[in-house]
Write a protein that binds this ligand. Structure first.
Ligand code: DC
Length: 223
């Protein structure tokens, strides 16, 4: 029997991972965060100071893998669990830059397809509906205005002592949007057959419900 594949793409900070996790829990599917794979590759490149021209060769020994521990995805570099250290602003920016390198995308392509072949999954990223899983059962393009995304991020960070000013967060988001949408290979864009879900005016629960409704309508599955 073939597996069910749901693709969720959209810009940074649209709430993809939080919302996709909620929807996966409701449906009993595995949630796959492909951004974490790109971040892990970026960490590898950054820590080892690998120049762009050597990336393709050095990725052969990078050993990036994805494991599920108690149902939650963790990413590994060799035997080291790097799931938490990849979440810094530096690695966010590095991942946005290095994910535009064709050798990086080629390296992660098969990893993503294999997991989708073997499991019922909700996979989120930038090119899942357009490139990685063009035949996904359901495709969703999840977005929100840049200001609202910056606002949410600011609220998340506001408790922390080194919280950057709102303007800096907004600037970062706009820069990452631009990089992700204007790269030559697999740019962020809505697949023709994707359903647009704009969460600017929705809270997390409403966003998850909107997506469950799309999945229910498309697959006929009760959730
Ligand atoms: O979703 P995220 O912010 O964790 O992703 C980090 C970076 O990885 C993002 O700036 C673009 C890149 N990315 C990508 O190019 N393709 C994907 N499928 C997922 C992420």
């Amino acid at each position: 029997m073939s597996t069910i594949n749901i693709a969720i793409d959209g810009p940074a900070g649209a709430g993809k991972s939080t919302i996709a996790k909620m929807v996966s829990a409701k449906l009993g599917y595995i949630y796959v965060d492909t951004g974490a794979l790109y971040r892990t590759v970026a960490l590898y490149i950054t820590e080892n100071n690998i120049p762009d021209e050597d990336i393709e060769k050095s990725l052969e020994k990078a050993d990036v893998s994805l494991r599920f521990i108690d149902g939650a995805q963790r990413v590994f570099l060799g035997d080291r669990d790097v799931s938490d250290v990849i979440r810094t602003p530096e690695i966010s920016m590095a991942a946005s830059r290095t994910s535009a390198i064709p050798a990086v995308r080629a390296y992660l392509f098969e990893t993503q397809q294999k997991i989708a072949r073997e499991n019922n999954i909700i996979m989120d990223g930038r090119d899942i509906g357009t490139v990685v899983l063009p035949n996904a059962d359901v495709k969703i393009f999840l977005t929100a205005s840049a200001e609202e995304r910056a606002n949410r991020r600011y609220k998340e960070l506001a408790e922390k002592p080194d919280c950057p000013p709102y303007e800096d967060i907004l600037k970062d988001i706009i820069q990452r949007d631009y990089q992700d949408m204007h790269r030559e290979i697999a740019p962020l864009k809505q697949a023709e057959d994707a359903v647009l879900v704009d969460t600017t005016e929705l809270n997390l629960e409403q966003s998850a419900e909107a997506i469950v409704k799309v999945i229910r309508d498309k697959t006929g599955r009760e959730a």
